[in-house]
Design a binder for this molecule. Structure first.
Ligand SMILES: [Fe+2]
Length: 218
């Protein structure tokens, strides 16, 4: 059995070709780096997107390449050992891909079914923002605060995730709006005052995108 699953150059080549076809790429921002000013400065956006997100994409591709090679040679130990890198870098890619869409220079406000659901589950829009801010500001170290949708219960919920843990894979909630509270997301502008950043981000919340995610999740 072991012999049959041993690595062969041909199998490795197939794995490499498969990986190349499925390689992840950095998505373009739907606006310019300076479009969210003054809420989020252009330098933060440029570094955050072109350096930090790009690094998650690169490292995810490396981890997936190693995974494909390990699977091709039946190396289960390496497959298991790659799980943290896949979770961290895959989560970083998923989270940031949502984050860019969640933001918009045109802002807006929730309405219709989404506003009704927010009012039903939190009492009011202001209560939801306040609860999300409180829990997000309280994250120890790096992580994300989320407004999510619980499909089983049919309700909106707030959750926080450490590091780059992706919301849906770790809690089951469908992500609607995420606040990145890694220091790379705000420190150049807001320094150590995380609450100011978390409260200001609503000025550039893309309610069109949040509404579309809510409608798709229902
Ligand atoms: Fe980030």
């Amino acid at each position: 059995m072991l012999l049959a699953r041993a690595f062969s150059p041909a199998r490795g080549l197939v794995a490499a070709r498969l990986w190349w076809r499925q390689k992840h790429t950095l998505p373009d921002l739907p606006y310019d780096y300076g479009a969210l000013e003054p809420t989020i400065g252009a330098e933060i956006m440029q570094l955050h997107h072109s350096k930090h997100h790009q690094t998650y994409v690169n490292n995810l591709n490396v981890a997936e390449e190693k995974l494909a090679e390990a699977k091709a040679r039946g190396d289960i130990s390496t497959v298991i050992a790659l799980a943290p890198a896949l979770k961290f870098n895959g989560g970083g890619h998923i989270n940031h891909s949502i984050f860019w869409q969640n933001l918009s220079p045109s802002g807006g406000e929730p309405e219709g079914d989404l506003l009704a659901a927010i009012s039903r589950d939190f009492g009011s829009l202001e209560n939801m923002k306040s609860q999300l801010a409180t829990q997000t500001v309280a994250i120890q170290g790096s992580g994300w605060g989320w407004l999510g949708y619980n499909k089983q219960k049919g309700v909106l919920q707030i959750a926080t995730c450490p590091n780059q843990d992706p919301l849906e894979a770790t809690t089951g909630l469908v992500p609607l709006f995420g606040i990145d509270v890694w220091e790379h997301a705000y420190y150049l502008q807001y320094k150590n005052v995380r609450p100011d950043y978390v409260n200001a981000i609503w000025k550039v919340a893309n309610w069109k995108d949040i509404t579309a995610r809510f409608n798709a999740a229902k």
